[in-house]
Design a protein around this ligand. Structure first.
Ligand SMILES: C[S@@+](CC[C@H](N)C(=O)[O-])C[C@H]1O[C@@H](n2cnc3c(N)ncnc32)[C@H](O)[C@@H]1O
Length: 253
């Protein structure tokens, strides 16, 4: 399977030691990629405020706090870094809608099957893809996400990874996910004034080819855009809900 090492630098983002050291140095809060304000249209569209939500690899992001302010009632946050989790437990001890637990997303056996209505991942699969044994770690994590989702539930993945590097991991038939893709520009992106193409809404779904790739004619306005994969777990027991496996292109293997 594809490992997009191009975006991984010399740090081992899959390693708890790296993250503990980083969170010790940076005691405040930091949201990777996007803040809740930009993601809100997607979160509100695909996740009900009454859903039990699992935030995987929460770090010290403010996203969960912002979701509670926006009406979300139950968010379980997990991270492999004990430093981040201890900090967040202290910070949010008086907010009952937010819970924090130290946990490796590759083994979330603490939780029973189909516990959550939604799982949100902002940058955590990306971290695993930069660690050792990347494809195995990714498969372990995604297998756990699939197990923990209720039928009909949604895995919302916010990543820098384009379909070529992420779809081969997401489209395993055993997950039975119906996947929709959205693309949003990085924060602060300014559309060039001379841009002649009409501006599209970020909430417009981006079509994928039958191989799960972007069409060769697709033009991404901001080359540093972020990708939002909305993976809905279909009900296995309904024969109408079997997702045909995407024929994998050879360059995605
Ligand atoms: C790029 S940061 C994203 C943090 C946060 N989601 C955000 O949006 O700002 C990745 C996070 O994943 C966590 N992480 C990395 N590997 C993990 C694993 N195996 N299990 C749980 N968390 C992990 C790191 O500790 C870090 O907090």
């Amino acid at each position: 399977m594809y490992r997009d090492v191009s975006s991984c630098n010399t740090y081992n983002y899959g390693d708890a030691v790296y993250w503990d050291a980083r969170y010790l140095q940076e005691a405040g809060s930091f949201d990777w990629y996007q803040r809740y304000s930009s993601l809100r249209p997607f979160v509100r569209k695909f996740i009900s405020t009454s859903a039990s939500v699992l935030m995987v690899g929460c770090g010290n992001a403010v996203m969960s706090e912002d979701m509670v302010k926006d009406g979300y009632e139950d968010i379980m946050n997990v991270d492999i870094s004990s430093v981040a989790i201890d900090m967040m437990k202290r910070k949010y001890q008086f907010i009952p809608q937010l819970k924090y637990m130290e946990m490796d997303v590759r083994d979330m056996s603490f939780f029973p099957d189909e516990k959550f209505g939604a799982v949100i991942d902002k940058g955590t699969l990306d971290s695993l893809m930069c660690g050792t044994d990347a494809p195995i770690s990714a498969a372990q994590m995604l297998g756990e996400v699939s197990r923990l989702l209720k039928p009909g539930g949604v895995y919302l993945l916010i990543t820098y990874g384009d379909p070529k590097v992420r779809m081969p991991h997401l489209m395993r038939p055993s997950y039975n996910w119906k996947i929709a893709l959205f693309i949003i520009p990085r924060p602060g992106y300014q559309r060039p004034e001379e841009c002649s193409t009409p501006e599209k809404s970020n909430l417009e779904q981006v079509p994928l080819t039958e191989n799960g790739l972007l069409s060769p004619n697709f033009v991404m306005e901001d080359p540093d855009s972020h990708f939002i994969y909305v993976c809905q777990k279909l009900d296995d027991s309904d024969p109408n809900n079997i997702v045909p496996p995407y024929p994998l292109s050879t360059d995605a293997l």
